[in-house]
Design a protein around this ligand. Structure first.
Ligand SMILES: Cc1ncc(COP(=O)(O)O)c(C=O)c1O
Length: 452
C-alpha cells in the first residue's frame, strides 16, 4: 500500500455545512477524468495549464437546445456566434450539427468562409463593417444586419453602384424591462428609429428586407424579456406587411441565454437557479405564435445562442504552484492559470475542483493565478481541501468567451485540446512560444545591439 501523504492538521471553526435549498453540497467531488480521459494523462501529454473541450458535450447541448425550440415551433435555425468561441474545430462541430455562422467583424466573416460556410448562411452583425466587408457580404448573398444609418446609406450606395440587392435585416434595440438597456446597437423600437430605418429600406427599394434582429443582452435571467422582444419584432414585421405588403422572412432573437455558471454575488448556484433553454424557448415561441403577424409561412426563428451552448463543454486544467498564508491567516493557493486566459473569472464564481483524491478537511482559500498582478484572482473565497504543489485542479464551464477574449500577457497562451466522440484527444490550438510571439515584432537596426 502506498504511504499516505502527511497533511498538516488545522484548527478551524466548526461550520454546520448545512445543505442548501437543493441538497448537500457537491462542489468538492474530485473530477479525475474529463470525458473518460485522466486529467493527469492530459497534462502529461499536453502540459499545464490546458483547455479541454468535449465534443460530446457540445453536440449533446446543441441537440437538446434545438429540440427545445423545434418541439415548440415549426421553423428554427441556429447560427453559431463566432465570437463566443471561434476555434475552427469548435465552429465546425456546430456547422456539422446544422448551425449557420453569426459573425461580427470582417475577420470573423473571413473565418466562417475559410471554415467552408457558404455566404448565404452567414449572418453579419456588428457596428464595424467596412465598405469592403459590405461589398463582399452583398456579393456572397449573406444576411447583413444593419446597425446604424451610416451603414444603411453605405449599403444603399453599394447596391446602386453594383446593381446587386443586399439581403438585409435591421438590428432593433428595445425596452424589455431589463436595465441598463442595451441600446447602443441597432435602432430603437420605442422612439421610432427602427420603424424609420425600415421605411428607409422599403422606400429606397434597393435592398431586400428579409429579417428583423435583436440581441437584448447576455446572461439574461428573464425569459419574459425575450417574450417582450419577440412581440415587438413581430409587431414591426406586421406593420411592414400592412404598409408594404411585404413579408419579413425571419425573426432573429440573437443570443443571451445564461449558461449554468454562477454569477458573482448570486445567492444560489447558477446550476440550480438559472432558467433553462426550455424556459426561453417557451417564452419566445409563444410570443411569436400569439402575435398578430401572420405571413403565408411562419417566419424562420433564428437563434444566435453562444455561451449557453459551449460553456459547459469547456474545462481548464491547472496545476498548483504553491500554497502560502496571507497576512490575515487565510490560506492561498497559487495555480498556473491566470485571469489573462480566464477572463470569465471576473464575472463568475467558477466551480473549481481538485483532480485527485483528497482528505475531508476543507478550508476557505483564495485561489490566485501565476501573474505578478494583484488582480489575478480566480476565486476570492472557495472552500477547498488542501492542494499540494503539483496537484491538479479543474475549472469547469469555461468554454465560452475565454478562448477568444484571452490575452497573451506575462505568460504564453496554452494548448487547447478537443476530446472527440471516441474519447480521443486532438490539439485544436497549439500553445504560443517565444518564437510565435516574436514573429509579430520588428526591431529597427539601430535597436538590435546594446552594451550593458
Ligand atoms: C449579436 C450577437 N449575437 C449573439 C451573441 C451571443 O450571445 P450569448 O453568448 O450571450 O448567447 C452576441 C454576444 O454578445 C451578440 O452580440
Amino acid at each position: 500500500m502506498a504511504k499516505l501523504k502527511y497533511e498538516r492538521p488545522i484548527i478551524k471553526r466548526l461550520e454546520s455545512n448545512m445543505p442548501n435549498k437543493f441538497g448537500m453540497r457537491t462542489e468538492f467531488e474530485p473530477i479525475t477524468h474529463l470525458d473518460g480521459v485522466a486529467v493527469s494523462e492530459l497534462v502529461a501529454q499536453y502540459g499545464s495549464p490546458l483547455f479541454v473541450l468535449s465534443e460530446r458535450k457540445i453536440r449533446n447541448t446543441f441537440q437538446a437546445a434545438r429540440q427545445s425550440f423545434e418541439s415548440r415551433y415549426p421553423r428554427v435555425q441556429f447560427a453559431w456566434s463566432y465570437k463566443t468561441n471561434y476555434l475552427s474545430a469548435v465552429c465546425n462541430v456546430f456547422h456539422q450539427e446544422g448551425s449557420w455562422a453569426e459573425v461580427v467583424s470582417g475577420f470573423e466573416y473571413d473565418k466562417a468562409i475559410k471554415n467552408g460556410v457558404d455566404g448565404a448562411h452567414i449572418i453579419f452583425n456588428g457596428p464595424d463593417k467596412s465598405e469592403e466587408d459590405l461589398r463582399k457580404a452583398t456579393t456572397n448573398n449573406s444576411l447583413i444586419h444593419i446597425d446604424h444609418l451610416d451603414e444603411l446609406y453605405m449599403l444603399q450606395d453599394i447596391a446602386r453602384e453594383t446593381k446587386q440587392r443586399p439581403k438585409v435585416a435591421i438590428r432593433v434595440n428595445m425596452d424589455t424591462g431589463i436595465y441598463p438597456m442595451w441600446d447602443r446597437f441597432g435602432f430603437n423600437y420605442e422612439n421610432g428609429q427602427a420603424w424609420d430605418a425600415l421605411n428607409k429600406i422599403m422606400f429606397g427599394g434597393q435592398m431586400d428586407l428579409v429579417g428583423l434582429h435583436t440581441h437584448i443582452g447576455t446572461f439574461m435571467l428573464s425569459p419574459n424579456a425575450y417574450a417582450i422582444a419577440a412581440s415587438k419584432l413581430a409587431n414591426l414585421a406586421q406593420r411592414v406587411q400592412q404598409k408594404y405588403n411585404h413579408e419579413v422572412k425571419y425573426i432573429d432573437m440573437g443570443g443571451g441565454f445564461p449558461s449554468r455558471n454562477t454569477l458573482k454575488g448570486a445567492y444560489l448556484p447558477g446550476i440550480d437557479t438559472n432558467p433553462t433553454i426550455d424556459d426561453f424557448a417557451e417564452a419566445i415561441t409563444s410570443a411569436l405564435m400569439n402575435s398578430e403577424y401572420r405571413p403565408k409561412t411562419p417566419p424562420l426563428l433564428i437563434l444566435e445562442t453562444g455561451r449557453a451552448l459551449i460553456d459547459e463543454a469547456g474545462s481548464l486544467i491547472s496545476t498548483v504552484i504553491a500554497n502560502k498564508r496571507l497576512s490575515d491567516g487565510r490560506r492561498s493557493t497559487i495555480l498556473d492559470a491566470g485571469v489573462n486566459i480566464l477572463f470569465t473569472s471576473f464575472w463568475y464564481d467558477h466551480k473549481i475542483t481538485p483532480a485527485q483524491e483528497f482528505t475531508s478537511y476543507t478550508e476557505d482559500t483564495v485561489l490566485y493565478g501565476p501573474l505578478c498582478m494583484n488582480i489575478d484572482v480566480l476565486r476570492e473565497n472557495i472552500s477547498m481541501p488542501l492542494l499540494n504543489k503539483g496537484d491538479k485542479a479543474v475549472v469547469h464551464h469555461v468554454g465560452a468567451y475565454n478562448m477568444t477574449q484571452w490575452m497573451q500577457f506575462i505568460t504564453l497562451r496554452p494548448k487547447v485540446v478537443l476530446i472527440d466522440m471516441d474519447g480521443k484527444s486532438h490539439i485544436i490550438r497549439n500553445n504560443e512560444t517565444i518564437e510565435s510571439i516574436q514573429n509579430h515584432e520588428e526591431t529597427p537596426d539601430h535597436l538590435v545591439h546594446f552594451e550593458l
